[in-house]
Design a protein around this ligand. Sequence first.
Ligand code: CA
Ligand code: CA
Ligand code: CA
Ligand code: CA
Length: 232
Amino acid sequence: MKNVRLMTGIGTLCLVAAGTTANAEILFTQGFEGEDYLGGKYFADNPDGILEGETFSLVNNAEQAAVNGEGFYATMTYTGGSGLSDGDFVGVSNFAGAVGEYTEGTQGYQISDSDGIFNLYLDGVAGATSVSLDYFVNSTGYESLDFISISAGGVSGLNTIDQDIDDLEIEGEWRTITWTNLTSSEVVISVDFNSASEAIYIDNVQWSSTPIPAPGALALLGLAGLARRRRA
Ligand SMILES: [Ca+2]
Ligand SMILES: [Ca+2]
Ligand SMILES: [Ca+2]
Ligand SMILES: [Ca+2]
């Protein structure tokens, strides 16, 4: 009989927990929407005299896909390759040939063939302690020197360095990374690919606040406890 009562108690607690989850508030969603962001292949020369390992900022170019926008910007870390000087599909895109459809709206952020390390930064959001992000890695053949690193608030969500992406079973589908209990919420995505078919797409990045038990839920918990005591 004691066990039954204990189970009832756990059931009540679960209900309360489920009720409070609804109080998690989405503070901001980055979905890369807006026709102004769309354009053709993006070109950026490696700066004269740049050394391996050095990073430079990217600027938006007329008629080319935007690499920077409201709440996001990109840089390149030179690794000795051609970088974006050969023209690459990077930045905001509505190309859905690989992904089928985006997880939010009709546009996302694409990084492919960067021939160097392409870094996408998404500004943190004040008060956010949770971040979720959707990514799609194009299905193709990768090599061990290709890599993807995704972090939020300095916490890694995906890091393929020193692994072969082919072995990770992350290709060809939208996948979601969720971080909780963050103390800061800037998202950093770094990618090095050296082929046009090697591509990652990012969409539907959401920043949320921590669920706080509502006063009503706490009162219910108290009442449930009282009811059990009376029955006993
Ligand atoms: Ca979108
Ligand atoms: Ca390139
Ligand atoms: Ca593969
Ligand atoms: Ca490659």
